[in-house]
Design a protein around this ligand. Structure first.
Ligand SMILES: *Cc1c(COP(=O)(O)O)cnc(C)c1O
Length: 365
């Protein structure tokens, strides 16, 4: 109902369910083990922390609005054209900017049924609709996504690997999806977990994007680089898209310490390697062990596992409570339509062992 006596947000805004992030507190536990947001449990690397600390001398100066130093470092690292990069306050902001730049009321975006919620919130804020492709196998297939595309579709979002399911799309599937799209539909390939993938049929879409006018590939510093708190992500876009987004983004959307820490993180091969190895060592161990307790674990290409609790008594809510009672916070994913699942970020060895101990005890309850 409109109430002419008070300011009213645009239609639809109040229908948007507020984003609920990973929990970070348990009552009565001083330092809970937070495995709820897929952060890097090794923390940021030494080089990034030093760069961040050194940047304190410059925080009274506005950042370089083009983030040139970071732009050049990212372009160099991945062999990309610097002018085609879009930097954001996390890749979340890149999605929001694309939605703001390309959606008009009545348009729609398409994503998988369990697709990342960040795509949807800003689409709704732009009075666009969200069309979800069914994922019966916990994976958004090109066919299911293409079946949702209609004349009002402006953007298709796919994350590979995907959060929270952990599934991924092969290079061939991404190509097929792209081939099936009209040239005026943007395809956004979110590669937030790219560095953790070991599957041989996965490939970054940077190469596919290079020669296309309608692909944006996004990456983040929040996961392998351990800089989630600094909020830095980027998109590799066609030049025309990058130019359009440059007109609407806030002029100083990436901070001085953020730029410095991200550049240093890119150069810290040792920390990236340690972070990758931690996940690649523990992902199969956790998967096997948790399956051994009788719970279903979806295959994951990311730094987390999704566990399904189909037992009536030992359900996801009970498992969550049990883990909390041991000081461990994991992610309930009812908001993604997965009420019988918990998403567990892969942590350090000690953390992973604590999770396994707790789940094995829970299985015996
Ligand atoms: C964590 C994550 C991101 C990264 O978001 P930032 O805003 O860069 O921190 C992007 N996409 C998915 C699917 C994620 O899980």
């Amino acid at each position: 109902m409109t109430d002419a006596t008070a300011p009213a947000p645009k239609p639809g805004i109040l229908d948007i369910a507020p984003y609920v992030g990973g929990k970070s507190r348990i009552d009565g536990v001083a330092e809970p083990m937070k495995l709820s947001s897929n952060e890097n449990m090794l923390g940021a690397g030494q080089k990034a922390r030093e760069a961040y600390e050194a940047a304190v001398r410059h925080i009274h100066i506005y950042p370089d609005g083009r983030a040139s130093k970071l732009r050049d470092a990212v372009a160099e690292q991945h062999g990309l054209e610097p002018e085609r990069l879009i930097f954001g306050n996390g890749s979340d902001e890149v999605f929001a900017l694309l939605n703001q730049g390309y959606l008009t009321p009545g348009d729609n975006i398409v994503s998988g049924q369990y697709g990342f919620l960040a795509y949807r919130i800003s689409a709704l804020a732009n009075q666009a609709a969200v069309k979800l492709a069914p994922e019966p196998e916990f994976k958004a297939t090109p066919e299911a996504l293409l079946a949702q595309v209609d004349e009002r579709t402006r953007i298709v979002y796919v994350s590979s690997p995907s959060n929270p399911t952990g599934s991924y799309n092969t290079a061939e599937e991404i190509r097929r999806l792209h081939e099936g799209l009209r040239p005026d539909v943007l395809l956004v390939v979110d590669e937030a977990y790219a560095e953790y993938v070991t599957e041989a049929d996965w490939e970054t879409s940077f190469g596919l994007a290079r020669d296309s006018e309608n692909i944006v590939v996004t990456r983040t510093f929040s996961k392998i680089h351990g800089l989630g708190g600094l909020r830095i992500g980027f998109g590799y876009a066609p030049e025309k898209v990058a130019e359009a987004i440059d007109r609407i983004r806030l002029p100083f959307n990436v901070s001085v310490p953020g730029i410095e820490a991200a550049v240093a993180a890119l150069g810290d091969e040792v920390h990236q390697q340690a972070s990758r190895e931690l996940i690649q060592t523990w992902r199969p161990r956790l998967t096997q062990a948790i399956r051994g307790f009788g719970f279903e674990v979806l295959p994951s290409a990311g730094n987390f596992v999704l566990v399904r609790f189909t037992d009536e008594k030992r359900n996801a809510g009970a498992a969550n409570d049990y883990l909390n009672s041991k000081g461990i916070i994991v992610r309930q994913v009812g908001g993604y339509g997965l009420p019988d699942c918990l998403r567990i970020t892969i942590g350090t060895e000690d953390q992973n062992r604590a999770v396994l101990d707790a789940l094995s005890e829970f299985a015996a309850t």
